[in-house]
Design a protein around this ligand. Structure first.
Ligand code: PA5
Length: 450
């Protein structure tokens, strides 16, 4: 079984090997401060050891709960936001049939999401579907106080109790939250919901390998042990290897930071597989919240090619030259579909007859990276043997470690997110939340002036 690989040949012309390898010592120092837990935010390093710390008892209990919930549900609504939902969605969407909602004879429940927006229409239309189907809820909030999932859960809980009665509703809800504090923990204890704990030392965006990600992924019918095995093997590779060229995290971190120091301030994650859309969303949150602080950080963006070549392609080819691309390159697709021969050849596509669709996709990928490199956009390629639980586990661990190291290179704390509070303070003041009286008065004054 191979590993994901970081390939830097498309950086030639932008920087020398020496520039990349000059990060070696610095990266090793940061690896050491992660190992010895001496760097910034070191009380949030629990994710480092999750692959081997998630013991058999915890995994069996997650699998049993997932099985019980799935057995009585056509739909499971995962309710959470940010790190409390993106990791699970990234993995489930990457593995799911893309038209799962229309597929008859599905073996596992369909996973839908709530609490990741404040959309009145979104929730109303979700309830329309839940009126017609058997469903359960996994509600996830580490703090237990986040407004978006709290509103959604209040609505869904009322609906579930109305549909099944209070007693059965309790058996259709699982809460994942702090072990002792927060409104969700209090509610779960009061109502008697089964709960799983988000470890104190694991922040939201690093929590996909805890029950936060594992329970929804198991409920969707996927193998969480393989996911953890992939993560564990990646951990051994990147923590065990002193040599930079055999360490994918060190290579990626060195390359992206060398580019940043050259003024490439935007990293665009590119995928040619629509199934990886949410993996990019998860990556954006991981890197955006971890690095973007103290007026520093690479801005993480995402595109899906070839679709977005017809929208963003022009800008990437010829716009402002402050971007680089990181391409998620999947070597082997799950299915096989050939382009057929056509007698008339009215569309002039017979030159492709007999070839796999993915061969065309691969040539689009190669042709695009050459064009973008020629246009001044450096490319990093991450080669993924195939999309399955094992390699998704590798990718998750690889990106988490790369993100922590990159944060340390920027000299920021990659595990906090103080900037997220600013919008919340204003929103609470505008809504007149008790305890925010001073802020309410100040913001009203400001609005009336503007
Ligand atoms: O990474 C983070 O810490 C955040 O994105 C959180 O996951 C997000 O804000 C949700 O927080 P909570 O789980 O407390 O509801």
């Amino acid at each position: 079984m191979g590993n994901i690989q970081v390939i830097l040949d498309k950086l030639e012309g932008f920087m020398s090997q020496d520039q990349i390898f000059s990060f070696h010592e610095e990266i090793n120092r940061h690896f050491e401060s992660i190992r010895s837990k001496t760097g910034k935010g070191n009380d949030f390093l629990g994710w480092v050891d999750l692959p081997e710390l998630s013991g058999d008892d915890l995994l069996s209990s997650i699998e049993d709960s997932a099985y019980t919930l799935a057995a009585c549900s056509e739909i499971i609504v995962v309710t959470g936001i940010g790190g409390s939902y993106l990791g699970a969605r990234a993995v489930i969407d990457a593995l799911n049939h893309q038209f799962a909602s229309l597929l008859s004879g599905r073996k596992s429940p369909l996973i839908l999401y709530a609490g990741h927006n404040i959309g009145e229409d979104y929730l109303t239309e979700l309830l329309d579907i839940l009126d017609q189907r058997d469903y359960s809820i996994i509600v996830i909030s580490k703090s237990g106080t986040t407004t978006e999932p709290a509103i959604a859960f209040r609505i869904l809980k009322n609906h579930l109790e109305g549909k099944y009665g209070k007693e059965e509703a309790v058996s259709r809800i699982i809460a994942i939250t702090d072990k002792e504090k927060g409104a969700l923990k209090e509610l779960a204890d009061k109502e008697g919901y089964p709960t799983f704990v988000v470890p104190d030392d694991v922040g939201g965006r690093y929590s996909v390998l805890t029950s936060v990600g594992l329970l929804p992924i198991a409920a969707a019918g996927y193998n969480i042990r393989e996911l953890l095995k992939g993560a564990g093997d990646m951990k051994k590779l990147i923590m065990g290897s002193g040599a930079m060229d055999s360490n994918p995290a060190a290579l990626y971190v060195a390359a992206r930071n060398a580019l940043y120091r050259q003024g490439k301030t935007i990293e665009i994650m590119v995928s040619y597989q629509p199934k990886l859309y949410y993996l990019t969303e998860w990556w954006k949150q991981l890197f955006g919240e971890s690095e973007g602080k103290e007026n520093k950080g690479i801005f993480p963006a995402g595109v899906g090619f070839t679709t977005d070549l017809h929208s963003m392609g022009q800008y990437i080819q010829e716009g402002l030259r402050n971007i680089f691309e990181t391409v998620l390159s999947v070597e082997k697709t799950e299915h096989s579909l050939l382009i057929p021969e056509n007698k008339d050849n009215a569309d002039s596509l017979n030159y492709l007859a007999g070839r796999h669709i993915d061969q065309v996709n691969k040539m689009a990928e190669l042709g695009t990276s050459i064009a973008h490199v020629d246009g001044g956009v450096p490319n990093i390629r991450i080669s993924i043997p195939e999309v399955n639980e094992y390699y998704l586990g590798q990718l998750i661990y690889f990106f988490e470690m790369s993100c922590a190291l990159s944060g340390y290179i920027l000299d920021v704390n990659p595990f906090d997110q103080p900037g997220v509070e600013a919008y919340k303070k204003n929103m609470f003041a505008l809504l007149g939340k008790p305890g925010f009286e001073e802020e309410t008065a100040a913001i009203r004054k400001r609005i009336s002036r503007e």
